[in-house]
Design a protein around this ligand. Structure first.
Ligand code: PMP
Length: 407
């Protein structure tokens, strides 16, 4: 069933404004999505009615806040098909989730000379934590190469795998190009050599149906703010047995069972990994974002976004000077491109003057940009509230800009 986009747009107050005297067209969704009313209301209601610290309170407000907080954990569990809610850890975002794994699992289970595999497509947050770990432990980082379309070369990945491989940490969908990686195959191949697999789901969770049990990934990291939820909140999913074997990340309140000056015993998962007062309001509001997605259904969201991407490709591919970057067969709704003879930043500024918000630059994927021999791209990324007529305005804008330099 197709979605009523006008009705959906009505739920997003931020979309109904002008910038530079033009109606806003928001195509920076891969950076962060806008937030529906349900999320805004949940945030305000928490502070207005329920504000309280969770888990230890002996009063009604604390009980209520705890219940709401834990209800979000259950909603996340369902959202990704985890076996139990204890496998869901709240973090600050994908970045913190990956760092958590590097600093705990990595330090304990990946030794000198052992190997971690990532791909050329990775965001810096799935590169730097592993480089830091390698510096600390003497582990070795291996990189899966990609083809000119921006897809990993699977045979090259298979060649990198060996009994020395302890972890494969790979992006599910690329933020810079949109490429969807064949993660099921990656996980099977990695498990065959005894390696664990972390999926960076920052860009996939908003577009693709995800079932961690079916995929059999060991970890999944993602951010609420790319899923119509608040900023500064993320999730680390881990299989129970893996999380239990890992040492804690941060030490402090909440993550302990008992503390004496001689010795501390740690709490059970997920609390072992949630030291201190967490981001209560944002966790509670995140449930409204998940409810929003559920009410539409991911297949309908994906179908709408695929339609937008196809429409954009149709309109743009004939424009003289338009250079698409990343032409993978399987993509989420990310359109990365350059215009011949122009710096991406200048293109972004010219689109901004037309009210069209895109992102320009390296998208925190400098090694990927280097692979394509470019400094950066212009990226338009589409979401459920975008329309075909907005795509047409983008295409008109790009055609006008391209004409300057490509007569
Ligand atoms: N990985 C990917 C693929 C991303 O797109 C992003 C956000 N741009 C991140 C990781 C980091 O997410 P966050 O900044 O929310 O921690």
């Amino acid at each position: 069933m197709s979605l009523d986009i006008n009705q959906i747009r009505g739920l997003f107050p931020v979309l109904h404004q002008e910038v530079h005297g033009k109606p806003l067209i928001y195509f920076d969704n891969a950076a962060t999505t806008q937030k529906p009313l349900g999320v805004l209301d949940a945030l305000a209601n928490y502070y207005r009615l329920d504000n309280s610290n969770i888990h230890r309170g002996a009063h009604a407000l604390a009980d209520r806040a705890t219940r709401y907080y834990e209800e979000t954990r259950e909603a996340v569990q369902q959202f990704i098909g985890a076996k139990e809610s204890a496998e869901i850890i709240f973090t600050k975002g994908t970045t913190e989730s990956i760092n958590l794994v590097a600093k705990t699992f990595g330090r304990k289970f990946i030794g000198s000379g052992e190997e971690i595999i990532i791909s050329t497509l990775e965001h810096h947050s799935n590169i730097v934590p592993w480089q830091m770990l390698c510096e600390e432990t003497g582990a070795i980082l291996k990189i899966i190469p990609i083809n000119d379309a921006g897809e990993i070369i699977f045979e090259e990945f298979e060649k990198l795998l060996s009994p020395k491989t302890k972890l494969v940490s790979i992006v599910h969908a690329s933020n810079a190009l949109g490429t969807i990686n064949p993660v099921k195959k990656v996980i099977e191949a990695a498990h065959a050599v005894g390696a664990k697999v972390l999926l960076d789901g920052a860009q996939s969770t908003s577009h693709l149906e995800i079932d961690v049990q079916e995929l059999d990934c060991d970890f999944l990291a993602f951010s609420a703010h790319k899923l119509y939820g608040p900023t500064g909140l993320g999730v680390l999913y881990g299989k129970r047995e893996v999380l239990e074997a890992m040492p804690p990340f941060l030490g402090g309140g909440e993550m302990i069972k008992e503390v004496t000056f001689e010795k501390t015993t740690y709490n059970d998962i997920p609390f072992k990994f949630e030291a201190g007062t967490p981001n209560i309001a944002d966790v509670i509001a995140f449930k409204a974002a998940l409810d929003f997605i559920k009410s539409l259904g991911k297949p309908a969201i994906k179908a709408h976004e695929d339609g937008l991407l196809a429409h954009a490709n149709e309109l743009l591919n004939d424009i003289k000077g338009f250079i698409p970057i990343g032409t993978a067969a399987e993509k989420v709704s990310v359109l990365s491109f350059n215009i011949n003879g122009m710096h991406p930043f200048d293109v972004g500024q010219m689109l901004d003057a037309k009210g069209i918000a895109v992102r320009t630059g390296h998208h925190c994927t400098q090694p990927l940009m280097k692979r394509f021999g470019i400094e950066g791209t212009v990226r338009a990324s589409f979401s459920v509230y975008n329309t075909k007529s907005e795509i047409e305005k983008l295409a008109e804008g790009i055609a006008q800009i391209a004409r300057f330099k490509n007569k």
